[in-house]
Design a protein around this ligand. Structure first.
Ligand SMILES: [Mg+2]
Length: 340
């Protein structure tokens, strides 16, 4: 990536505080340390990038990400990007944000002059019981969301089926519902689960089983579209998913796969093979969410709705996330600003 005239840099840690720990297939996610990188040009513009390692989702610790960024800063040529994905996300994000600031453009318009500044996003709805999930679904729909995502696979399948049935009943037929099993289902049982879920009008299921070969086998007979997420976080992983026919869609988390540039490359590979692309955030801070949202706009990955409505889970954010109204994100040039 070309260097847009970087004259100064600062790197510091911030604590990302959540309202409450969020349950994931890899255990609960609570408060954690992230890194913010500010790169400045001679005119005084600053672009921000974020490295937000998350155990179970990214290979590096926050210390390793920090070292990779420092190594990149110390390299006079800066031709090679940082070696770890979250460090690369911070560097590429800061460089692109700085270039956008220097051009007096929002990031998405800098990346693509014709890209939209508003689009609908899906809402993650949680609840272990049918009643709780139904209530969360109604709240999200009342707020304007037309796409909901629920996690499955942590409970016995009959309990999940009852949750999904209650959610569908609560929100009616016009709202899209997508599910994420995070690879939890047994390969022998997944086909039966998908058959039983099909009656509830499911948009797609992410990672019903673990592994590319298992995904391909399940997808071959699935009445519901299948999305790859954990199985496809690198160019090699995406290529393997495509070669095996393992997915209809690719879920991309820019903060985890290496940032804006890498995610755009993976999206292009997926689309070339006919896969849909869903950009999502990963409990990122305001800078990471902003970069993911501006990327989704810039590459037109807005249908299916991106999963970018995570900033409300953050109690103490590091800056300004994109605006949010009526189930839509509203992008602006001030997104991803950091309070220093
Ligand atoms: Mg997923």
């Amino acid at each position: 990536m070309s260097d847009p005239g970087v004259m100064g840099a600062r790197l510091f840690r911030r604590t990302l505080r959540l309202h409450r720990p969020v349950a994931t297939a890899h255990g609960p996610v609570g408060d954690r340390q992230i890194l913010l990188l500010g790169l400045s040009d001679a005119a005084g513009n600053t672009g921000w990038g974020e490295a937000a390692p998350l155990a179970g989702f990214t290979p590096e610790t926050v210390d390793e990400a920090g070292q990779a960024i420092l190594d990149w800063l110390a390299d006079d040529d800066r031709i090679e990007p940082p070696a770890t994905p979250t460090a690369r996300a911070a560097v590429d994000g800061a460089l692109l944000h700085l270039a956008a600031r220097a051009a007096a453009l929002s990031l998405h318009r800098h990346l693509n002059p014709d890209s939209p500044s508003s689009f609908a996003v899906s809402a993650l709805v949680t609840g272990d019981t049918p009643d709780d999930l139904a209530a969360a679904g109604r709240t999200a729909v009342d707020a304007g969301h037309r796409t909901l995502k629920a996690k499955v696979g942590a409970l016995a399948f009959d309990a999940d089926l009852a949750r999904v049935a209650a959610l569908r009943d609560a929100v009616g037929p016009g709202v899209a519902i997508r599910l994420d099993a995070n690879g939890a289902w047994d390969a022998d049982e997944a086909p039966g689960h998908l058959e039983r879920l099909a009656g509830y009008g499911i948009e797609f299921v992410e990672e019903p089983v673990a592994g590319v070969d298992a995904l391909a086998a399940v997808r071959a007979g699935s009445p519901i579209p299948i999305a790859a997420d954990e199985s496809a976080t690198s160019p090699e992983g995406v290529a393997a998913v495509i070669a095996a026919g393992a997915a209809d869609l690719l879920v991309l988390k820019p903060s985890a796969v290496g940032g804006i540039v890498v995610a755009a490359e993976l999206a292009a590979i997926a689309r070339e093979a006919g896969l849909g692309v869903v950009i999502t955030s990963l409990l990122d801070g305001a800078v990471g969410v902003s970069h993911a949202a501006h990327l989704a706009s810039a590459i037109g990955a807005i249908d299916p709705a991106p999963g970018l409505a995570t900033s409300a889970l953050i109690a103490e954010d590091v800056g300004t996330p994109p605006g949010h109204a009526g189930g839509n994100l509203l992008l602006s040039a001030s997104d991803g600003e950091v309070r220093v």
